[in-house]
Design a protein around this ligand. Structure first.
Ligand code: FES
Length: 172
């Protein structure tokens, strides 16, 4: 019999098994804690999918002929805790009685564009994107015109289809 076999420093097999079980339990709990947010990130769109909705943004008389004006409305598909991030900014253009509703987001990397009535241009402050008054991209990196929201006039009110923000997968 060797000395090391009965050494008090040598862990007994039962204790080692117990420690392995405890360590495995902690590892499983840590994995679950880390995995829940990751799984929620991937499955949230399917579990909480909400359709875009028509939102009343005001009487059409509020939009002067020949003008492009900024407005904001509550996004109907966000959670109540979204706060100010739940507001959707857009530009409404009325020309010859027809409306166009532009998303405020640049078609390059989504910075908010600014409307300059003096020059009749939308300018993006981030990388110098330039759009004409009808939203056509004419300079800088934007690969396509400004995004537009669907809209309709009903009972003298302008309704805009809001919900999911437009992105590069949307047709021009
Ligand atoms: Fe507008 Fe880049 S985000 S030009």
């Amino acid at each position: 019999m060797s000395l090391t076999e009965n050494s008090p420093l040598q862990p007994r097999p039962k204790r080692r098994t117990l420690l392995k079980l405890i360590a495995g339990g902690f590892a499983a709990m840590a994995s679950a804690a880390a995995g829940v947010p990751i799984l929620a990130f991937f499955f949230h769109p399917w579990l909480h999918w909400q359709e875009d909705q028509w939102v009343d943004v005001g009487p059409i008389d509020h939009f002067a002929e020949g003008q492009t004006q900024p407005i904001a409305a509550d996004n109907p598909v966000l959670e109540p805790w979204a706060g100010v991030s739940g507001r959707v900014a857009m530009y409404v253009r009325r020309k010859e009685g027809k409306f166009t509703v532009f998303a405020v987001n640049c078609a390059h990397l989504e910075c908010p564009v600014a409307w300059f009535p003096e020059s009749g241009l939308f300018l993006c402050p981030c990388h110098g994107g330039v759009y004409t008054e009808d939203g056509t991209n004419v300079a800088g990196p934007p690969p396509r015109p400004l995004f537009q929201y669907k809209h309709r006039v009903e009972n003298g009110k302008l309704l805009v289809r809001l919900g999911h923000l437009p992105n590069l997968s949307e047709p021009a």
